[in-house]
Design a protein around this ligand. Structure first.
Ligand SMILES: *[C@@H]1O[C@H](CO)[C@@H](O)[C@H](O)[C@H]1NC(C)=O
Ligand SMILES: *[C@@H]1O[C@H](CO)[C@@H](O)[C@H](O)[C@H]1NC(C)=O
Ligand SMILES: *[C@@H]1O[C@H](CO)[C@@H](O)[C@H](O)[C@H]1NC(C)=O
Ligand SMILES: *[C@@H]1O[C@H](CO)[C@@H](O)[C@H](O)[C@H]1NC(C)=O
Length: 344
């Protein structure tokens, strides 16, 4: 304990001091007397700084670290589609330049297309607990319940028609860095990915025509190549396409049990065609036997149920392929030049 009495006496018994030293002496006396007050003020100040760091500084650093991370879709496998759900297995890579490497709690995230405000999520996924590093892998495999069918249709159209596309992902999660207390941060990100790019490069590789129909009406069987430029696998069930020449229907085709995988997909296309219509088109206009066929997806049916979200995507992407009918007709013993009027 300081000796207040002595201190006071010292001042009294030292006359002739100039003002500043006296003040200094008073200050000293003040500190000696109220040392406990200063200790309390110091502790409160220290605590304030610490609390500010913990509850404002760290959350801000954490939030900035999350905001700076970039998400890229590595692979996405969409199986077992039903009208209101799909099984979604998704691998996303998160890249961050931040030296901050916190643990992120598992959290529920909304998936949505940018544009409408407030956002209209088409579904929710549960992001598992993960440590955010320069390159973290986030793997999700769950049933995705379709919460907004309109938006899920729009999403599938965007995936179908884009070279690259963006999907919003938003949630709020707990974050813990080292010994600091847990803080909550907003996860408000965009995942970028390559899309199906309109299935550009779709082509009929080879096909045969038969005069007699099979029991299901099939009179043309072909092999098609469907390129998938995206990292996405889509189980689409039985896909039915309508075929047109110059706006006139010439039949339909079915790709049975189609699952599009990344890269080139070879599928069997069974068609129900109006052969008289095709022959007429050749005789009237396409004398070389090469006819432009417009293909418009109509149905996507899995286990007897229509998948309107894939149907919307297929319908939004009409494709044209040049079909060389000559070889198929020759295979039936028909010479194309016998169909067209002789040239003058
Ligand atoms: C995802 O989970 C389903 C059902 O449990 C399983 O059949 C499937 O193989 C899993 N997919 C991946 C990519 O792990
Ligand atoms: C067409 O017929 C030929 C000869 O029978 C056969 O080799 C070819 O595989 C058939 N093509 C298709 C797509 O069925
Ligand atoms: C395909 O066309 C045929 C003949 O026009 C028709 O009978 C059949 O129902 C159509 N199939 C589908 C799946 O639309
Ligand atoms: C088709 O007929 C034309 C003229 O009639 C003939 O020159 C040509 O060789 C025939 N082509 C085939 C594949 O038989």
């Amino acid at each position: 304990m300081p000796d207040y009495k002595n201190d006071t006496l010292e001042h009294v018994s030292s006359p002739g001091y100039s003002a500043p030293p006296r003040k200094q002496g008073k200050l000293k006396a003040h500190f000696r007397r109220f040392w406990w007050l200063h200790l309390i003020i110091f502790i409160i100040g220290f605590l304030l700084v610490l609390l500010l760091l913990m509850f404002v500084g760290i959350p801000n650093i954490a939030q900035n670290g999350i905001n700076d991370a970039e998400l890229e879709l590595e692979s996405q496998v969409v199986m077992d589609p039903t009208p209101d759900s799909v099984q979604l297995a998704m691998t996303t890579i998160s890249k961050s330049k931040s030296s901050f490497e916190p643990w992120l709690d598992s959290f529920e995230a909304a998936l949505f297309l940018e544009g409408p405000e407030p956002i209209q999520p088409f579904g929710y996924i549960t992001i598992p607990r993960v440590k955010a590093t320069h390159r973290s892998i986030i793997f999700v495999n769950q049933t995705l319940e379709i919460k907004n069918l309109r938006q899920f249709e729009e999403y599938n159209k965007v995936v179908m028609n884009s070279e690259t596309y963006r999907v919003g992902i938003r949630g709020r999660m707990g974050l813990k860095q080292g010994g600091f207390p847990k803080t909550n941060v907003n996860f408000n990100k965009i995942v970028t990915s390559k899309g199906l790019n309109k299935l550009a490069g779709f082509k009929v590789l080879d096909f045969n025509i038969s005069l007699s129909r099979e029991p299901d009406g099939t009179n043309m069987i072909g092999k098609v190549s469907i390129p998938n430029a995206s990292p996405i696998t889509l189980q689409m069930g039985d896909v039915t396409l309508d075929l047109f020449v110059d706006g006139t229907s010439i039949g339909n085709s079915t790709l049975k049990d189609l699952t599009l995988k990344p890269g080139e997909n070879i599928a069997e296309m069974r068609s129900n065609t109006d052969q008289a219509g095709v022959i007429t088109a050749i005789m009237k206009k396409y004398h070389d036997g090469i006819i432009p066929v417009d293909i418009v997806g109509r149905w996507s049916v899995y286990q007897g149920k229509h998948l309107t979200y894939y149907e919307a995507a297929l319908q939004s992407n009409p494709m044209r392929t040049m079909l060389d009918v000559g070889p198929a007709l020759a295979g039936m013993g028909v010479n194309i030049s016998s169909l067209v009027p002789p040239k003058r």
